[in-house]
Design a binder for this molecule. Structure first.
Ligand code: HEC
Ligand code: HEC
Length: 323
């Protein structure tokens, strides 16, 4: 994937350094916007995944208008717009959010989101009222491009499809003070070549359990998010009584178990890095469309540490009620 982003970034005139982090207003949140990194040049050999009938070259996997559907039996029949874009220059939704809607750490899981919310958010990306906290973080700019290009009937079909899919947890959340050494790459993280460990510090490091399968856009890859020691309990306390006299307690709007209420989106089981990026975007007002006016006072006073704790706690909550 990283190979793909570079010419794109150049083409868009957004010349980013390929190593090093993009500039985000709050340096304490830089870790939430990992860089594109460098991708070794790949050959034409075919790749396969266990239990899948597909055999695809690297270039086929990374054709933005044709999504590799490795496991078609793993999701209901998808409308064309999810898997194919008739315009070869444009992305199909599933290229980034995957055919299962599971998403990836640099974008968002959209399976099981309320249909009205999906439509409202795409409209906000399109009219410019939803941006990211870091204008140099390319994935958000790409989503804005998709929102401009998508046809209304394709969007409606995609929203029907994704909203009916089951939600799945984005990552297994583990508290740690030391983690394996990592590099920021592919707008996500990977183990650093050469191994070793490093302090986690005040960051959340979310990464695929198998980087090669992540790069092959395997929707069954699982993720781990390392969060600071004590952050889950601290996040639980903050979520329960945020704001003046607890007026902004998260469940008040996001529903029992933070599983969503009406058109207000769920937070339970979301990517913790994604939660932090959104809180940062509300805080600086880069996300101000849709119903964002309800969220802006909630995020206005949040420190980076508050965001980390809230994200760690919410990401660790189950996506469905216990039976
Ligand atoms: C090029 C990659 C890419 C493609 C293709 C793409 N998206 Fe996205 N999408 C993103 C990113 C990145 C985000 C997260 C943006 C942010 O951080 O604010 C996102 C966010 C969203 C959200 C908001 C989710 C939330 O939790 O708030 C919705 C809804 C969405 N996309 C729908 C779609 C639909 C429908 C399509 C197809 C028409 C599509 N996307 C295609 C990259 C993509
Ligand atoms: C007064 C109601 C309200 C309260 C209280 C509230 N939220 Fe929200 N939140 C919303 C609404 C509405 C949205 C959707 C905003 C939009 O349309 O852009 C949202 C969106 C979000 C998102 C983005 C989700 C996504 O899928 O992109 C995050 C993250 C979030 N809220 C976190 C929190 C946290 C953490 C708390 C508690 C500290 C909280 N919210 C409290 C109403 C609320």
């Amino acid at each position: 994937m990283r190979q793909m982003w570079r010419p794109l970034l150049l083409g868009a005139g957004l010349l980013l350094p390929v190593t090093g982090f993009a500039s985000v207003a709050d340096r304490a949140l830089e870790w939430a916007f990992p860089p594109p990194g460098e991708q070794p040049v790949r050959g034409t050999e075919v790749h396969s995944l266990p239990g899948s009938a597909l055999q695809l070259t690297w270039a086929q996997v990374h054709t933005r208008s044709h999504v590799p559907d490795w496991y078609p039996a793993g999701h209901p029949a998808a409308p064309e717009a999810v898997l194919v874009n008739r315009d070869a220059k444009e992305y199909a939704c599933g290229y980034c959010h995957l055919a299962t809607g599971q998403g990836r750490p640099e974008n968002a899981g959209i399976a099981g989101l309320p249909r009205a919310y999906i439509l409202e958010q795409v409209a906000a990306f399109r009219d410019g009222t939803r941006g990211g906290a870091d204008p140099d973080f390319y994935p958000v700019e790409a989503m804005r491009g998709v929102a401009h290009a998508v046809r209304e009937d394709d969007l409606a079909a995609a929203a029907d499809y994704f909203s009916a899919l089951p939600r799945t947890p984005a990552a297994k959340v583990i508290e740690a003070s030391t983690i394996r050494r990592v590099i920021g790459t592919g707008f996500s993280y990977a183990p650093a070549p050469g191994g070793g460990t490093e302090p986690l510090g005040q960051r959340i490091i979310e990464m695929p359990e198998d980087v090669e399968r992540f790069e092959l856009r395997d929707p069954t890859v699982r993720y781990t998010a390392w969060v600071p020691k004590g952050s889950i309990a601290r996040g639980q306390r903050l979520a329960a009584r945020w704001g003046p006299s607890g007026a902004y307690a998260c469940a008040g709007c996001h529903g029992t178990g933070y599983r969503g209420a009406g058109a207000v989106p769920p937070l339970a089981g979301k990517s913790p890095t994604g939660i932090v990026r959104q809180l940062a975007a509300f805080r600086i007002g880069a996300r101000h469309g849709g119903q964002a006016d309800l969220m802006r006072p909630v995020a206005a006073e949040m420190t980076a540490g508050d965001m980390i704790a809230l994200a760690a706690f919410l990401a660790a909550q189950p996506v469905s009620a216990a039976p």
